[in-house]
Design a protein. Structure first.
Length: 207
């Protein structure tokens, strides 16, 4: 895909927002492994509304000597070593996810991607730990800046829990599909786009 007619460069200070969701086997990014990662790319349409243009995801094998928290696995329902997961090593998964993000940055003339997440600090912590373990030198993501839809949801819809934000935003929410990285990332992306597009409308009213 070539450089787009309406690049995002000037909307977020040369950052490309990428919605990320991560599923893990615990809460300690140094000890517990990353098991799923999904990234959703959003860009302008012809009306300069933010829309989803790409979704990417990968199942990940636990890194060597990592610790699996059984409570976390029971919560997200992931069987880390199940052969049908088609899981790959952490570095392979990150490179697979980063490649289309870098292409989207180029066509939108952006210098960095910025992580958008629900309670984004958690996703960023695990992502940065995985990048460090994998010795990846050219991550597209800003190392510490992020957008958090928990905060934005509190502002726009008076809710901070993702399922409740989705309900208030009239976004589909299937509890049986929740806690899949791809599903959660796509629903979070829809919410993020609605909030940004709603702000554009409010700006036009000069309130």
């Amino acid at each position: 895909m070539d450089i787009v007619d309406k690049p995002l460069r000037n909307r977020f200070r040369s950052y490309l927002p990428v919605i990320v969701d991560i599923e893990t086997a615990g809460f300690n990014s140094k000890k517990n492994p990353l098991l799923e990662i999904a990234a959703v790319i959003v860009e302008y349409n012809e009306d300069e509304d933010l829309v989803i243009t790409e979704s990417h995801s990968s199942h990940i094998l636990p890194f060597a000597n990592s610790e699996l928290d059984e409570a976390a696995l029971k919560f997200n329902g992931i069987q880390p070593y199940h052969p049908f997961r088609m899981a790959v090593e952490e570095k392979v998964a990150l490179e697979k996810i980063f490649s289309p993000i870098k292409k989207a940055m180029k066509r939108n003339r952006c210098t960095k991607a910025i992580l958008v997440g629900h309670n984004a600090a958690f996703d960023m912590d695990f992502l940065n730990a995985a990048i460090q373990r994998s010795k990846i030198k050219n991550s597209p993501f800003h190392p510490f800046s992020s957008f958090d839809t928990a905060t934005l949801g509190g502002l726009a819809y008076k809710q901070t829990v993702l399922a409740k934000v989705a309900k208030e935003a009239k976004v589909e929410w299937d509890a049986e599909k929740a806690h899949s990285a791809l599903y959660d990332a796509e629903q979070t992306a829809i919410i993020f786009c609605k909030i940004i597009n709603r702000w554009k409308y409010l700006e036009s009213l000069d309130i």
